[in-house]
Design a protein around this ligand. Structure first.
Ligand code: NAD
Length: 267
């Protein structure tokens, strides 16, 4: 099924680079945006050097897109001002462009870190209240809320993928629960881009089929993709994989520690 013209923000990043290669085959045209310069790697790719904080430049670059995969932003803990600018304002600019043009579907890069303070023993679903593990998580709560707003108020179709730990292979004990393999990432993203137009808003964890996962997998009614990889197959290569996890510990692991945020706050 052709995906039509798909715009990808943050296309130079870790996930963007992988997804770009996979989507190139299914999309009639790819519009690739990043603040760092990109080079077209195929005839159906257009590239734009754009700062997501600039609404006019974002809208100009997105012209002609049928859907947007919005990956651009700061992907980890940072001073709140940076997160508000890149993640919250950046997402607002993408959603505004969609509202003002013919873009029908926006897929947002949410994060598992919106619920990082739920304990490991709890199977967390996307409808539970947010418990962000840091300022980055707070910015992603706002990203998701913006998506919900634009769906409810302006009828845009928005799917927010709460991405797990995107890695080529899991390397630490937490990844045994949180890993998102590149293959499953592409599967979830393709499903989000092709979900029925009747989907107004959905939030779903994008995580591999890990034996130890603590997030609900999306139902087919929300997102028609069944993940295929399981981090458990890599457990033998991960030091500490055999140690029992504390069931009361936060799902975010070390990200939930005060120090992780304190280094971005005044002493
Ligand atoms: N990698 C993960 O495990 C993971 C987990 C959860 C959520 N996410 C989210 O997925 C998305 C992609 O993650 P990633 O790992 O590829 O991150 P990344 O840092 O590798 O890529 C992000 C890209 O966004 C671009 N960018 C940042 N600020 C920008 C701005 N103001 N204007 C234009 N471009 C800008 C960067 O240049 C970069 O190429 C992010 O939104 C991140 O928060 C990632």
């Amino acid at each position: 099924m052709s995906l039509g013209t798909v715009a990808v923000t943050g296309a130079a990043g870790n996930i963007g680079s992988v997804v770009r290669e996979a989507l190139r085959r299914d999309a009639a045209r790819l519009i690739l945006l990043d603040r760092v310069p990109l080079r077209p790697e195929a005839e159906n790719e257009d590239v734009h050097t754009v700062d997501l904080r600039d609404p006019v430049a974002v809208e100009a670059a997105l012209a002609g897109a049928d859907s947007v995969l919005h990956l651009g932003g700061v992907p980890d803990e940072a001073p709140l001002d940076e997160l508000l600018q890149a993640n919250v304002l950046g997402t607002h600019n993408v959603l505004e462009s969609a509202r003002r043009t013919a873009i029908k579907r926006v897929v947002l890069a949410g994060s598992n870190r919106v619920t990082g303070f739920y304990p490991v023993a709890h199977l967390t679903g996307p409808r539970e209240p947010a418990r962000p593990d840091g300022l980055y998580g707070v910015s992603k709560v706002a990203v998701e809320a913006l998506g919900q707003l634009y769906a409810d108020k302006f009828g845009l179709s928005v799917i927010c993928l709460r991405i797990g730990s995107f890695e080529h292979a899991p390397t630490e004990p937490r990844h045994l629960a949180t890993w998102l393999s590149p293959r499953d990432a592409v599967g979830y993203i393709r499903a989000a881009l092709t979900a029925p137009p009747s989907t107004r808003f959905a939030a779903a964890y994008a995580v591999s089929a890990n034996t130890r996962r603590f997030w609900e997998l999306p139902t087919p009614a929300v997102l028609d993709y069944t993940p295929v990889d399981d981090a458990e197959l890599h457990a033998g290569n991960i030091p500490g994989a055999d140690l029992p996890a504390d069931p009361a510990a936060p799902q975010a692991g070390a990200y939930a520690l005060p120090e992780f945020t304190l280094r971005h706050l005044r002493p």
